[in-house]
Design a protein around this ligand. Structure first.
Ligand code: ATP
Ligand code: MG
Length: 397
């Protein structure tokens, strides 16, 4: 018989529910991961008890999603989600069930789940509840829809994204009929929110097999993710397999070959936050530039690209050999921005300049000189240069 070792807190929650006359199991991702010998991220519990009944069994609970039957049970500092067995009502929009009905039958709850490997439950007394051959699919590395795949993808098109995501995370194959239904119904992704599409895309990109994003293309899902993916498919896949599992690097690799503007459009369309958008687009923009290995060029690069993602940029552009140069410059503390330039607005003011556009230009020109020769970064050396620059601009007028 299958045995899963469950954390004490989780065992305790199941025990208490059982003592009160209810059924309770761990379910879904944690069962799948445990059976694969992976450590689950979180432990979800499913129970025959209604949300009100769950609340009566425990001292400290939080109403997390009462409408969907989820109550968080607090054990010490940790919360565990306990969800009442439920069946989803009819799906009328490929997105949301129109209603949720609680049930006392575990089988009904397992039936509504997406894939066989995600539709198993377990507890110590009953062992593994595996009604759809999840264990066998786990052993064979298969993502298979529970029930009729076309029906399940019509109910909720996000499951199409999830099939690819799990395939990438677990290195599993999507079972033939499931894949075929995914391909037939991929245009239903039109109805799925961009945020949810984004989340599944990111999980796929961050996974052990980011190159599986090609499955999105194969099943015709790219129009809702990144329409121009196919333009440089081979390059993108190669780049993806070369990058470590870092969100920004994998995103940049996914979009590689785009212009900065094209990348921004895709990321904005998928509702990425501004920080991700800017940093990914910068990686793409700078990744396409030549970087020469001399210190001056690297200082200029640091000055305009910034230091935050410089290691990522070196990886992305295949210029890891520049890492020692970057380290040396940063360690020495060479001036690479106006913040550490020995002359500022105040000193230029003392030379008779008023704050404004010209002052800004002169500061930039001084920084440029210092980037070329860090030895110039002292007041005494910069003042004569500043004087000359001021004189020149006055002559131009
Ligand atoms: P992860 O390790 O990424 O959290 P997971 O399997 O726990 O993977 P969740 O999104 O946390 O995935 O969902 C928990 C469980 O709920 C799944 O294992 C599955 O049984 C069920 N589930 C989640 N989303 C859907 C869906 N769109 N359709 C059907 N069942 C779903
Ligand atoms: Mg989960």
């Amino acid at each position: 018989m299958v045995k899963i070792s469950v954390p004490d807190d989780v065992e305790k929650i199941i025990e208490i529910l059982e003592q009160n006359g209810f059924e309770a199991y761990i379910v879904g991702g944690c069962v799948r991961d445990s059976l694969m010998g992976r450590l689950p991220k979180d432990w979800d519990i499913t129970t025959s008890a209604s949300p009100q009944e769950v609340k009566q069994c425990f001292r400290r609970t939080i109403d997390t999603g009462i409408a969907h039957g989820t109550v968080t049970v607090m054990m010490g500092q940790t919360g565990y989600e306990v969800t009442t067995y439920r069946l989803d009502g009819e799906y009328t929009d490929s997105r949301h069930p129109s209603s949720v009905t609680f049930t006392r039958a575990l089988s009904e709850d397992l039936k509504r789940r997406d894939f066989t490997i995600n539709a198993m439950a377990y507890n110590e007394a009953a062992g593994l509840a595996d009604l759809f051959g999840g264990m066998e699919d786990l052993e064979n590395g298969l993502i298979r829809a529970v029930g009729d795949p076309a029906e399940r993808f019509s109910e909720d098109a996000l499951r199409i994204m999830r099939a690819v995501r799990f395939s990438a995370q677990l290195d599993f194959t999507i079972e033939e009929n499931t894949l075929e239904a995914a391909a037939t119904l991929s245009s239903n992704l039109e109805k799925i929110s961009k945020e949810r599409i984004r989340e599944e895309l990111v999980k796929t990109l961050e996974s052990a097999h980011p190159e599986r994003t090609v499955l999105f293309e194969d099943i015709g899902a790219m129009p809702w993710i990144f329409p121009a993916f196919g333009r440089r498919r081979q390059e993108r896949l190669k780049k993806l397999s070369e990058m470590p599992p870092d969100r920004l690097l994998r995103l940049a690799a996914f979009l590689e070959g785009c212009t900065k503007e094209e990348a921004e459009v895709v990321l904005r369309e998928l509702k990425f936050d501004n920080d991700t958008l800017k940093r990914t687009a910068a990686l793409i923009e700078y990744g396409a530039k030549e970087i020469s290995p001399d210190e001056t060029a690297v200082r200029k690069l640091l000055s305009s690209f910034g230091t935050e993602d410089i290691e990522r940029l070196l990886l992305f552009s295949g210029h890891e050999e520049l890492e020692p140069v970057v380290k040396r410059i940063l360690k020495r503390g060479d001036c690479i921005s106006l913040k550490t330039l020995a002359l500022g607005g105040r000193e230029l003011g003392e030379l008779g300049l008023k704050p404004g556009k010209i002052m800004g230009e002169i500061l930039k020109a001084l920084l440029e000189r210092v980037l070329e020769d860090p030895g110039l970064n002292s007041e005494e050396k910069l003042i004569p240069i500043a004087r000359e620059l001021i004189k020149k601009t006055e002559e131009r007028k």
